[in-house]
Design a protein around this ligand. Sequence first.
Ligand code: NAP
Length: 455
Amino acid sequence: MPIQTVNPYNNKAIKTFDTFSDEQVQQKITAAHKTFTAWRNTPIKERAALLARVAQLMQERKSELAALITLEMGKLIAQSESEIDMCASVYQYYADHAEAFLEDRPLEVKDGRAFIRYTPTGIILGVEPWNFPFNQVGRLTAPNIIAGNVIMIKHASNVPQCAQMIETLFTDAGAPDGLYTNLFLSSDKIAALAADERITGLSLTGSEKAGASLAEAAGKNLKKSVLELGGSDAFIILDDADVDLAVEKAVLGRFNNMGQSCTSSKRIIAVEGIAEEFLAKFTAKITGLKVGDPMDRETKIGPMVSEEAAQNIAKQVDDSVKAGAKVVIGGKRIDREGAFFEFTILTDIPKDAVAYHAELFGPVASFYKVKDVEEAIALANDTGFGLGGSVFSKDKAKAVAVASRIDTGMVFINQNLASRPDLPFGGTKRSGYGRELSPLAVEEFINKKVIYIPE
Ligand code: NAP
């Protein structure tokens, strides 16, 4: 796959980049490791000041950065700006909490004194996806840089200008050479890098196939890995839910970013008493929306990330319909230039349909009407994925009881799932392992060293 910007609004290739030679990669690893030996001893306050400066630069350059996101992967411009705000807040969060997260943790021991001291390990190699090209990178980078590690990123091949821009932000913020390194590499070069002793941890956000390949390479080399993979989140609406609130959040949860989020509300499960009203209002909300240029603030339906992605979702919908699913609205490519696909709702989805068991990474909501709460929970758990989910009910205690029976890493009550700096983000089952964000992310690639001092 060439490293190339292709604008999905018109499918025109804009810019192509060469991959790095093996020699260049070795030089970059050497520089990163040299920086690590100094950065690990840099006072936490200085590390925090650097991240705060990155956050500030992102805010100052928001228009430019957001426009790059929209150019390379088609996100609506207002959503690109929100991504920059979110990502800056992640850097700022770790800058603000660095000292508290990294201070020694005393241990209760029967004699003497003991504590855990957090010490960095080395270079952390991240493999990142295009769907939130700044924020996905920030979520791995901020907690590790604050912990004293250094970062190398192989970004998705279709967002090279965003990839390069993140390195520029670090350079402009005053980071030493090698603290943050962008690697223009094809994905088949990643496994071999896992053998390098200077690389001490590997993290991948993306598909199950890519995750399995990275985890295999990490395992063979006895390296720690973190995987943030796909999801098919259930959005459960109980019969005492606020329907209008559920509709508003379902539209956001399913169609934001053209449905291309790991935690999109992909399966909407409504209990009988409320299902028809919800479906009618949900359908109405996505009817007649303006299709067009993602740079135009009036546009509500922009392109998907690529022509291939639009073709793929079209095939998944066609195959599901052939298996018996019904289309309530949408279901087709939009007849115009670019990677467009209609906002779509499917119902009556049989168990053997693609829409039932696969991740639909595009603007397609699978709607299920169920008899009661037990059936809702059983359906929510009838998937190989275990990333997020939502439960809607005016009775918060009841919603929490349902949430605790859903086999996923995260559940939000009366809200669509969203990424926040102060909440751990990650999954279970085939959605991966490990956590990003919150204090937990700092602990993923750090040595929790025990120091014991006898009396
Ligand atoms: P993808 O094809 O797996 O690509 C993700 C990254 O992995 C890219 O940088 C890609 O490089 C690289 N890659 C691909 N195959 C690889 C291999 N064999 N070894 C090492 N690296 C490899 O994923 P995608 O389809 O673009 O992204 C969408 C998927 O990501 C969805 O399933 C979505 O749910 C998931 N996702 C999960 C989270 C989360 O936090 N859980 C967040 C966002 C997205 P190239 O671009 O060069 O192929």
